[in-house]
Design a protein around this ligand. Structure first.
Ligand SMILES: [Zn+2]
Ligand SMILES: [Zn+2]
Length: 86
């Protein structure tokens, strides 16, 4: 009947929207995984800022300056070798 097919179409549309949202959430989770790393000292997730390897923890009680590449405190070798990742 007409009403039954109408309901089916509506249900399908809702499913499709939910599936799209789930896919989008998955994709943004993947992006976060790729662009954030935990601070080596306090483990707060920190987002990478462009191509610079020099990271600074935003936590007021930490403020560690650290290397995205090495995952440790920022040092002279980091400054010379990979300050910028091209
Ligand atoms: Zn920190
Ligand atoms: Zn380094």
């Amino acid at each position: 009947s007409v009403s039954a097919s109408g309901m089916t179409a509506n249900a399908y549309r809702v499913d499709k929207r939910a599936a799209e949202r789930a896919r989008w959430e998955e994709a943004s989770k993947e992006t976060i995984k790729k662009t954030t790393k935990p601070c080596p000292r306090c483990n707060v997730p920190i987002e990478k800022n462009g191509g610079c390897m020099h990271m600074k923890c935003p936590q007021p009680q930490c403020k560690l300056e650290w290397c995205w590449n090495c995952g440790c405190e920022w040092n002279r070798a980091c400054m010379g070798d990979h300050w910028f990742d091209v």
